[in-house]
Design a protein around this ligand. Structure first.
Ligand SMILES: [Zn+2]
Length: 278
């Protein structure tokens, strides 16, 4: 009888324990989940940060910035015969990828060659990957040598194949880009360095910095770009130059032929008259 009561009591205690455990676990579950979600979010954030750090400098965007500098700034710098100092972040020495880009040879439409090891690739992106994997040791990743960091100031999105989404203009971002743009103008073309530096300083502000507003009145690259000779235009010009002497020769021979013909006719008519007079 005693043992029966004991077992009954034990069963009740066991049931109570089970119930309390289930309650406590259900109440603690959201907390656990929350902790897990939080830690996962922190992990993802950390990972993104690490990835960004790993990439360090976008090759594609650096290339975009380089294209803009060559197209919309260098023609004016060359015209002024101005030497950009290495203190200026737009100087070729301050592009981490410059050396690799100079060792990139585009032999044919589907032939890209590595200048370091002569390996060939079908597409530029594979050569880029090859540079990243095999020749990364040649990159000097010191601070301030990433042209991609200047993309905000230089309007890189306009030359990169990025789909322009109609988003509301962010005035804070525009102000930030304008500030970066103006600091570039000051460091690359200090006004106290003479009249050409002053003119280029002014041009830089008009060409790149004025458009960093949300009013939309100013367009970037308002001062124009490098004049490129189009290949069809060049072909037509060469063809015209080659054909022109031929046309002249034809006209000359044609006129000479007419003249000779008329002289022949006159001679015939004259000899006819002489015969008649006899
Ligand atoms: Zn190589």
């Amino acid at each position: 009888m005693k043992t029966e009561t004991f077992s009954k009591g034990a069963r009740v205690v066991f049931l109570f324990l089970c119930l309390s455990l289930s309650f406590s676990s259900s109440s603690s579950t959201p907390l656990l989940n929350q902790d897990f979600t939080q830690s996962a979010a922190t992990r993802t954030l950390k990972q993104v940060k690490e990835d960004v750090h790993e990439i360090h400098c976008s090759r594609e965007r650096s290339r975009g910035a380089w294209t803009i500098i060559q197209e919309y700034l260098m023609p004016f710098v060359e015209k002024e015969q101005y030497r950009i100092s290495t203190r200026c972040r737009l100087h070729p020495d301050n592009d981490v990828y410059r050396d690799q880009e100079q060792h990139k040879f585009h032999k044919d439409t589907n032939e890209w060659k590595c200048g370091y090891c002569k390996k060939k690739f079908y597409e530029e992106k594979y050569l880029d990957r090859h540079f990243d994997n095999r020749h990364y040791n040649l990159l000097n990743e010191s601070h301030g040598r990433c042209l991609a960091d200047l993309c905000g100031a230089l309007h890189c999105d306009l030359v990169l194949d990025i789909v322009q989404r109609k988003t509301k203009c962010n005035s804070a971002a525009a102000a930030r880009n304008k500030h970066l743009c103006e600091s570039l103008a000051h460091s690359c073309f200090p006004v106290n360095e003479g009249p050409s530096a002053g003119r280029l300083h002014e041009l830089f502000l008009r060409q790149f910095c004025d458009a960093h507003t949300c009013t939309g009145n100013q367009k970037p690259f308002s001062r124009g770009h490098r004049k490129q000779i189009s290949i069809p235009y060049l072909a037509i010009s060469i063809l015209t130059l080659l054909l022109l002497p031929l046309v002249y020769l034809f006209v000359y021979l044609y006129q000479r032929g007419i003249k000779r013909g008329s002289q022949e006719l006159r001679r015939i008519s004259l000899s006819g008259r002489k015969k008649k007079s006899y």
